[in-house]
Ligand binder design. Structure first.
Ligand SMILES: [Fe+2]
Length: 304
């Protein structure tokens, strides 16, 4: 199928729903535990490589910061700053079979061709989760990952709660339990929320604690916030859609930030969730201190 298909034929070929699932599974496990989902997006015309090439060209012209790319044979524990970004992304995308490349199309819903897809996928997921989810969401978007055969996606945690939906090709997702305080230690989570997006360090000796999901066209996995993960692409080009929500979690994030600074003062702070009173006090102290710092900076700028 391609973009020149007559609209009535296209409509007849599209399913009523893109994502399948039991509401009870979504409701009970959302942002608590990973779970598998199934979907029909592998047949969606917008995920064919020629359409993704067009999307790359449009993104580079209009929102260049929303197309991330790197190249190379990376290890799971490699840091993002150590990857090669010095190449032509369009050439690498054209030669994807051999270019060892990794592309992230961020906020793909901002491209008008992809807006409706985002609306529908997000609406279906929210409907299955139910409840007053909208009041907890700060930001939502879709991301498309396109990778060369055998590419590794390095170990990391995300700020968002994800539904990773595999479209083309097969790959393994290795997912760790966020409650296991060795993976990553509390200190690395604090650094992640405070100063370093790539703070968690991969520990190969703990790899056997990972849950392994085999991603293939038509399936996917829900990844809760703070669950470390890495991915290994198979011997194929891979296209993956991630449907993301980021929560209004300023209180929890502020506790991690407060703990980061307490640790630097030599104090061993308690992680969030052990005492509501202490958590509220820390979050308030951190946000008050931040407001004071912001006010001082703006006074200095004004010369006052
Ligand atoms: Fe991720």
């Amino acid at each position: 199928m391609n973009m020149s298909t007559a609209p009535e034929l296209l409509e007849a070929a599209l399913p009523d729903r893109w994502i399948d699932g039991e509401s009870s599974v979504f409701r009970e496990n959302f942002d608590r535990k990973s779970f598998e989902v199934s979907h029909h997006l592998a047949s969606h015309p917008l995920f064919q490589l020629p359409q993704l090439m067009d999307l790359a060209e449009r993104t580079l012209k209009t929102r260049p910061l929303d197309l991330y790319y790197d190249m190379g044979d990376v290890a799971p524990g490699q840091k993002w700053k150590d990857t090669n970004r010095n190449f032509s992304p369009l050439d690498a995308l054209r030669q994807l079979e051999d270019s060892d490349a990794w592309f992230i199309f961020r906020s793909a819903q901002k491209d008008p061709a992809y807006t409706e897809l985002y609306r529908q996928a997000m609406a279906e997921i929210k409907e299955m989760i139910g409840g007053d989810l909208n009041s907890r969401i700060m930001r939502e978007d879709i991301i498309i990952f396109v990778t060369s055969p055998k590419r590794t996606t390095t170990y990391h945690i995300d700020r968002e709660c994800n539904f990773i939906l595999q479209i083309h090709g097969e790959k393994e997702l290795y997912l760790f339990d966020r409650e296991d305080r060795q993976i990553p230690p509390e200190e690395e989570i604090e650094r992640f929320w405070t100063i370093d997006n790539n703070a968690p360090n991969y520990r190969p000796e703990l790899q056997n604690r990972a849950l392994t999901y085999r991603l293939a066209p038509g399936n996917g996995v829900h990844v809760p916030v703070n669950c470390p993960h890495w991915l290994q692409n198979g011997d194929n080009i891979s296209v993956t859609l991630s449907v993301n929500v980021q929560f209004i979690d300023s209180i929890r994030a502020d506790i991690y930030r407060a703990n980061h600074y307490l640790r630097r003062l030599g104090i061993n702070p308690n992680p969030p969730g052990q005492s509501a009173v202490r958590d509220r006090a820390k979050a308030m102290a951190y946000s008050t201190a931040s407001a004071v710092r912001r006010a001082a900076r703006s006074a200095l700028k004004r010369g006052g």
